[in-house]
Design a protein around this ligand. Sequence first.
Ligand SMILES: [Zn+2]
Length: 158
Amino acid sequence: MVRFKTKEQQQMVLNNGHLLFDNKPVIIKEWGPDVALIKHDVKKVPIWMKLYGLEVKFWGPGSLRKISEEVGRFIRYDDATTNRRFFGFARVLIEVTIGQEFPKDIIFQDELGVTQMVMVDYDWLPLPCSKCKGIGHEETLCRKSDAPKPVKKVWRPK
Ligand SMILES: [Zn+2]
């Protein structure tokens, strides 16, 4: 939980809606007595997606949006993509649903009807864990899986 110094500061962060910390999304909600801090609550998260092998003509916002929406809702692309500083890949922020499919490549048709393929990589994937109901790891990597079972309480008459 984070306490803000001013109401304006708080509103600024809340209005922004999404925030990434160490490339992992941080879910922001205004705290109130009825805000349940339940993990199941979270269904959609923003993640960074990298697009490789994209022809330079598809680096415009329109094309990036269209391509990204094959996977999730387009939010924005990063500054390095805008400035074309790195031509290795374009990086876009998209909103995805936890547990959805994350393709390794996207196939689309360009304005001439030519089939294009881009390879996709993700900084982080919101994989649902059936063990702890958390996100970001699979069952096999769940830290809770090795946790000792709670000791059974035995009722004894006094
Ligand atoms: Zn887990």
